[in-house]
Design a protein around this ligand. Structure first.
Ligand code: 5RP
Length: 295
């Protein structure tokens, strides 16, 4: 029952203590609304500022690639170790139980395949469906310099505008056409264009020369894709260098789910991303976990 008769006056107003008014911890996101910041806080760990996203959306243009044949068998065992899951709505509804409460970054582009021109994508999910799925962010590719550059940029603009309406951030993925040079100039251009258009964070590839300039020149966080499967030490080294040079996490797929021991690998990647573990130590961790798991 409310205190209607004996209303107690407040006593402790903390006079002399200025109100806590801290800045938001994610680069370039200070001026965003509460819902947008809250969703980004589910993606990036507020203690480390970083994230381990597990990407398994490849099927939308690659089909059942190695490691993704059976999401229920291959991916579900990795879910506890990921900070974020990145997938399509088809896989989310058909293979991921709704009791899983990891934040979802929803692949919202499609309309292409490995048999045709990759940059020829369209927005493939209505914002209402993304809301229905309770996602933390939406995502599409921008193919800068590719045949359908303009169309892909229009896709990301559409996602950003519709996401902004409902407080849902957009991740822009820099898709690289076959003919593009993978260098600092290219990724600097692609990531900056996506950020200028209003993407809330950007996925890029790591490059050995000039990656620091790419992260410094991008006003919002960059996470790296893993790319093709590498030996485990090389993948861990790539993650280490990327974080060291300003990336705020990984959005990694094949280097985790195609590893000899995916469960060990995702934990080793997590140690690099969140604890700054050096690559050789992270590899030892991987080997130990792999042996314990009997992989
Ligand atoms: C596909 C994607 C993938 O999510 C991305 O490439 C990450 O996966 P990988 O680490 O295997 O490259 O955006 O278009």
């Amino acid at each position: 029952m409310a205190d209607l008769d004996d209303i107690k006056d407040g006593k402790d107003f903390g006079i002399g203590n200025p109100p806590v008014n801290e800045g938001f911890f994610i680069k370039g996101s200070n001026a965003l609304d509460w819902g947008m910041q809250n969703r980004l806080s589910r993606i990036f760990n507020s203690e480390t500022g970083n994230t381990v996203m597990l990407a398994f959306d490849h099927g939308y243009f690659m089909g059942a690639t190695t490691g993704l044949e059976r999401i229920d068998l291959g991916i579900m065992k990795l879910v506890p170790f990921a900070d974020v899951l990145m997938c399509t709505r088809g896989v989310l509804r058909s293979c991921i139980p709704s009791k899983v409460i990891k934040p979802i970054v929803l692949r919202c582009s499609g309309g292409n395949s490995i048999l045709t021109e990759l940059s020829n994508e369209t927005v493939a999910v209505d914002i209402e469906d993304a809301i229905r799925l309770n996602v933390a962010a939406i995502t599409a590719q921008v193919y800068i310099g590719a045949k359908h550059e303009h169309k892909s940029i229009c896709n990301i603009i559409k996602l950003i505008d519709t996401g902004n309406r409902y407080g849902i951030p957009t991740l822009a993925v820099t898709g690289v056409g076959k003919e593009m040079a993978r260098d600092a100039r290219y990724f600097g251009l692609a990531t900056r264009i996506a950020a200028e258009l209003g993407a809330h964070y950007i996925k890029s590839y790591f490059i050995e020369e000039g990656f620091e300039k790419v992260t410094a020149g991008c006003p919002v966080p960059i996470v790296i894709a893993g790319g093709k499967k590498l030996p485990e030490l090389d993948a861990l080294t790539m993650a280490y260098k990327a974080i060291d040079q300003g990336a705020r996490g990984v959005d990694m797929g094949r280097n985790i789910f195609q590893s000899d021991s995916p469960v060990a690998m995702i934990q080793a990647v997590g140690a690099v991303v969140h604890k700054g573990e050096k690559p050789k130590k992270a590899l030892q961790m991987y080997e130990t976990l792999k042996a314990e798991l009997g992989d």
